[in-house]
Design a protein around this ligand. Sequence first.
Ligand code: CA
Length: 364
Amino acid sequence: MKRRHFVGGLAAAAGLAACGNESADCDGAGVAGPAETFEWSIVTSWPPRYPGLGIAVNNLADRIDAASGGRLKIKVYAGGELVPAFEVFDAVSRGTVEMGHGAGYYHRGKVDAAQFFTTIPFGLNYMEMNGWLYYGGGLELWRELYEPFNLIPFPCGNSGVQMGGWFNKEINSIEDLRGLKMRIPGLGGEVLRRAGGTPVTLPGSEIFTSLQTGAIDATEWVGPYNDVAFGLHNVARYYYYPGWQEPGPTLECIVNREAWDSLPDDLKAIVDIACQAINGDMAAEYTHGNVNSLQQLVDDPDVELREFPPEVLEHLKAITDEVVAEMVANDPEVARIYESFNAFREKSELNQRITEQEFLATRD
Ligand code: CA
């Protein structure tokens, strides 16, 4: 983590030349001093250059490189290349690498409250997550939560409302959830367990084979854009909606505290702005990709698009409320975060209903 270089030559000469006798910008704190360069690594939970999730990290590194004039270079590692997909949090926390990209709900069992900053079942959609995180106090709570782990989190991508997933059997009633072995991470997995199913957490790279071999009966992954990229439509027939388990998951970029503190203010600003840019850019990529991939699936005679029966969704919602109430009762950290999260969700109901929901109903 100490790979930092002072480069002399033109950059430094240009910086010094800009320092007049009366200049206030020549104390080394601004950009006019010798250009210090940083070579960082970012580990991710995603397959290499994977549409949406993975490409966003390459875009993040490219933008930071370009905006910093090459002063902050970040090498991207796919899940498993440097550290396993689900050990991103620990690797960045320890300082093995400077940055990581993944999802907070993968830290369930370690930092349970982190799930609220990714998504919870029947939680906030993409618009609401951003409203809460950036302007409703969510990001401050997130940073407090990760502080003991030596990490600074940034919202860095969102897939939008996901799909309920791929199933090898029809889900016509809550009885059909019993005995169902399904890849579904986070709180959604716990809800399925209480509904009688067996949740499994697998990194994306292992889903196709697990479904194909029958090791699992069903999987949720993301939505049409990503699911088609994995070929999930070739190994399961029923594609259910809506994605009750993930209504607007925010991906996270995490930066090791010591590495962050080593950056001058302008590079810190570049990282911050680049993360915010990717947060929006990933959502745009999904919006575009999902539209096209969904059409492909609708045209596929081997795929049946299905809506979960209302009684199944109501049952899952009731279990979710029960699981969250237990978490709130057992963990003061969860209680504090949930209070903020849920207050925003309740206030947001009317606005979403009379704007997005009503508008789409009108347009259709
Ligand atoms: Ca998912």
